[in-house]
Write a protein that binds this ligand. Structure first.
Ligand SMILES: Cc1ncc(COP(=O)(O)O)c(C=O)c1O
Length: 365
């Protein structure tokens, strides 16, 4: 895969776009209440079911991943409802913040950053919250580069709190790491267009089970733009209730064509190979991994003592034209996160490794 001029993006979202996805977005714009757009939208929804490995309803929203997360809280819960969040980093903490913004008081299980969610800790938390309406989990936490064992976590939830919905943030995991919505019994899986889905930022999706719809119907939190009931009502007409990001939908449709052609299991396999490749490079260079349970979507590498991580990535962007993510919040300046999902290629990674090696030796004290 070759790239034309411009930055090489090695960031965990947005990720680079295949040229045909960019070309699809450069086509003349469609009106959203037309047969042509209806076909495109319908295609995107059906192909998302393929990527999600689900027969459940898939909704599309014109928003980013956080909007999808907020929509899940607003639609699934009611005032006073109990919820459990198992957080492995910044994005699990975001679920906590959203729940609190809606006046709810979730029970929170937090892992030390870099560690995956422990099924035993979830078991204990659910034993004292068997009446929880929902359990919020992350597939991959992009802030730490960790992957969670969703299959096991979901089975613990089903066993201890069978009434609770399993709600998953797979904003960075979908179309990169293995995920089986139906086989693992995941009631709601949320994602965004700008990572494994190889499209521009601005679309989000939710796959919603029949069990979850019962809570949506009964929910008593305020919602309007993000009301899933309104979105579902428009689906048979192959429409969204309000003006969707038409251009983004055209790009997403093309990216989904590419994913279907490769096959979702091959996408998972290719991403895993790139992750292995990156971990092997880090090991050769004597750089330790931040994550104890590393994901395939990105590799978080600890920087040697005395390296200013923020200056390092700024310098790589300025001099090499390569965009690499640093650490977030408490990891700022301490790690770099090298993404290998979506359209990121081995050649992109090689360029990133070379730049890191060059600049690391320059900024080392
Ligand atoms: C795991 C995870 N959840 C949620 C989000 C939030 O998505 P957005 O920035 O699209 O709102 C991100 C974005 O990086 C993410 O990686």
């Amino acid at each position: 895969m070759t790239k034309e001029k411009g930055y090489i993006l090695l960031t965990p979202g947005p990720t680079p776009l295949p040229p045909s996805v960019r070309a699809a977005m450069a086509e003349p714009i469609l009106h959203h209440r037309t047969e042509e757009f209806g076909q495109l939208f319908d295609f995107v929804i059906k192909e998302m079911q393929y990527v999600y490995r689900t027969q459940n309803t898939v909704l599309m929203m014109t928003t980013s991943g956080t909007g999808a997360m907020e929509s899940a809280v607003a639609n699934l819960l009611s005032p006073g409802d109990k919820a459990v969040v198992h957080s492995t980093g910044a994005f699990g903490d975001r679920f906590v913040a959203i729940l609190k913004a809606y006046g709810l008081a979730p029970a929170v299980v937090s892992e030390n950053w870099g560690h995956a969610a422990s099924p035993e800790k979830l078991r204990d938390a659910l034993k004292s919250n068997r009446d929880a309406k929902a359990v919020f989990l992350q597939h991959t936490d992009t802030s730490t580069g960790v992957v969670n064992d969703l299959r096991t976590l979901a089975s613990v939830a089903h066993e201890i709190a069978p009434e609770a919905l399993v709600v998953v943030d797979s904003v960075s995991g979908l179309a990169a790491e293995a995920l089986e919505t139906d086989a693992w019994g995941l009631d709601v899986v949320l994602t965004g267009s700008q990572k494994g889905l190889m499209a521009a930022p601005g679309l989000a999706f939710a796959a919603i089970s029949a069990k979850a719809w019962r809570l949506v119907e009964a929910g008593r939190l305020p919602r309007f733009y993000f009301d899933w009931r309104t979105m579902r009502k428009s689906l048979p007409d192959r429409e969204t209730p309000y003006t969707p990001g038409v251009t983004l939908v055209a790009g997403q449709a093309e990216a989904l064509r590419i994913i279907r052609k490769e096959g979702i299991e091959n996408v998972w396999r290719r991403t895993a190979e790139l992750a292995q490749y990156t971990r092997a490079w880090a090991q050769r260079r004597g750089l330790s991994l931040f994550a104890k349970d590393p994901a395939n979507i990105l590799t978080a590498v600890n920087l040697p003592e005395g390296v200013d991580g923020q200056a390092l990535i700024a310098e790589i962007l300025r001099q090499d034209g390569i965009s690499i993510a640093g650490g977030q919040l408490k990891l700022k300046g301490k790690i770099v996160r090298i993404a290998h999902m979506g359209y990121i290629s081995r050649a992109d990674l090689d360029a990133g490794f070379a730049a890191l090696e060059r600049r690391l030796s320059q900024v080392r004290v």
